[in-house]
Design a binder for this molecule. Structure first.
Ligand SMILES: Cc1cc2nc3c(=O)[nH]c(=O)nc-3n(C[C@H](O)[C@H](O)[C@H](O)COP(=O)(O)OP(=O)(O)OC[C@H]3O[C@@H](n4cnc5c(N)ncnc54)[C@H](O)[C@@H]3O)c2cc1C
Length: 467
């Protein structure tokens, strides 16, 4: 019996449920991956991220080849065309079954439901697996049977429902007898989606597995204390890998437990805190599944639909260019433009600055992040933006607005991070770098807005919209 394992955000061989079961139950296996150009554009997927997917796909193809599993690339502009392209391929190659791991954003769910019903009609078996987070989205409920919208009780429930067999790694599949079709040459896709900063983000399962080990061994214990200081390389920089499924959430948690005497929610404070950050990712994946409105461009908190956001192209463009005149904000944006990644503390600072001080719709920022982040992920990005804009689940209250200057003094006291990304300010003193008195002396712009006035204005606007 011939089967397809369809790879999506799960570009790994180890501990991949769809691949594991597909190989176990089939005589011949074909791996499939889709290029969805128009859909990727509609989703604002960044070029650096697509390049990262394809570089990892290339390594995956090599690993699969050693197992005699050919990886074939199919093309469909949109998700709506995927079912027919896949069905034609199945018919041509006499494929009897399709295996894949579930994805939870709304467009992916629609695509998969469509495939599920149309394949069933054609007599092709469809087998789906749960893989991206530990507890299947929709499976954790409050005592009143509702879905969680607050992180802390979600986290308590997550731990109380955790079973040992949810943290067991599946074996790598056995070698197939022979390759049943020819694999696709990926070089033309790699050329099409090339990116100049790709060397910053090495690809491959082995790379990230070793990297997690190193992180937990050398930085795990100090993570809680150092994670908020962007000049220190203290976080795992795991997000591109976990979001693309090059490593599973399960693997990260098993490793965290290994380095913490078998514990996840007690013991080493640094590692316990890291685990709780991974659970924020899980939380937002549950949110996106349980409350589909958040992926339909709607805020979670209804009254915030009425916020009269400023429409100011000049301000928005300056924010996007890292030229707001607020050094810490500009440093964060420039880090992302240069590397495809931004430190979490900075994501909060720049997002609050846009949605509160500039009072520009957070969706502009959400989209801009997606277009530039290598880890751009609809669930975590939407969650982070709605948290910062006070429109989301368990969000920052609208009146608690971070002052970027104060944040800068607290988390980048010597201005090292600022000076790295805003070199115009390299000669500023430690005190001046957070908000230069005469920016023109450094060929640096004046602040777009006064921080105190704009903060007060945002609070007034939110308060009026709420009442
Ligand atoms: C406005 C905004 C937008 C964001 N957009 C994204 C995004 O598009 N993709 C994305 O993966 N994360 C996003 N985040 C969350 C967070 O900033 C990144 O996950 C984190 O910076 C990744 O770096 P790391 O791997 O070194 O994290 P670590 O500190 O080492 O944490 C380990 C892992 O935990 C998860 N995690 C940590 N913090 C968060 C969080 N606040 N929310 C959800 N998961 C978290 C990530 O998977 C991360 O890789 C956003 C946060 C904000 C405030």
């Amino acid at each position: 019996m011939k089967s397809i394992c369809w790879f999506r955000n799960d570009l790994r061989v180890l501990d991949n449920p769809a691949l594991h079961h597909c190989c176990k139950n089939s005589d011949e296996v074909i791996a499939v991956y889709f290029i969805n150009r128009a859909q990727w554009q509609e989703h604002d997927d960044a070029l650096i991220k697509i390049n990262f997917w394809l570089r990892n796909l290339e390594l995956l193809q090599n690993k699969l080849k050693k197992l005699n599993i050919p990886l074939v690339v199919l093309e469909a502009d949109n998700y709506s065309e995927t079912a027919s392209v896949l069905k034609d391929f199945c018919t041509k190659n006499e494929v009897k079954n399709l295996y894949f791991n579930n994805e939870y954003p709304i467009n992916e769910l629609k695509r998969d439901r469509n495939i599920y019903s149309s394949f069933k009609e054609s007599g092709i078996g469809v087998f789906t697996y749960h893989d991206q987070v530990i507890h299947e989205p929709g499976s954790l409920k409050t005592t009143t049977g509702n879905n969680f919208s607050v992180y802390s009780p979600f986290k308590r429930k997550w731990f109380s429902e955790l079973l040992e067999d949810q943290l067991v790694i599946l074996d790598e599949p056995e070698k197939q007898e022979s390759m049943c079709v020819e694999q696709t040459d990926l070089s033309k896709f790699l050329d099409e989606f090339t990116h100049s900063k790709s060397e910053l983000w090495p690809a491959g399962e082995e790379f990230i597995q070793n990297y997690i080990d190193e992180f937990l061994k050398f930085k795990g214990t100090t993570y809680k204390v150092k994670r908020n200081f962007p000049a220190i390389d203290a976080t795992a920089k795991l997000s591109p890998y976990i979001n693309t499924g090059i490593v599973s959430s399960k693997w990260c948690l098993i490793k965290a437990r290994e380095y913490n005497n078998g514990q996840l929610d007690d013991g080493n404070k640094g590692i316990v805190h890291w685990v709780s950050e991974i659970l924020w990712r899980e939380f937002y994946r549950h949110i996106i599944y349980n409350f589909p409105k958040v992926s339909k461009s709607l805020p979670f908190v209804d009254y915030t639909k009425n916020i009269p956001w400023n429409v100011n192209e000049e301000w928005l463009e300056r924010w996007k260019a890292g030229k707001t005149g607020i050094p810490i904000v500009d440093a964060g944006i420039r880090e992302m433009l240069e590397t495809g990644w931004m430190h979490n503390r900075l994501r909060m600072i720049v997002a609050m600055f846009l949605s509160k001080n500039l009072l520009i719709n957070w969706q502009e920022g959400e989209k801009f992040f997606m277009r530039h982040l290598i880890d751009g992920d609809i669930a975590s990005n939407n969650g982070g933006w709605q948290w910062s804009a006070s429109t989301g689940t368990d969000a920052a209250p609208y009146f608690r607005i971070m002052n970027p200057e104060t944040q800068s003094i607290k988390f980048d006291p010597q201005g090292k991070y600022i000076k790295r990304w805003v070199p115009e300010l390299a000669d500023c003193s430690e005190t001046e770098v957070h908000m230069p008195k005469s920016p023109e002396n450094y060929n640096y712009p004046k602040p777009i807005v006064d921080l105190k006035e704009s903060r007060k204005n945002a609070i007034d606007v939110f308060s009026a919209s709420k009442s």
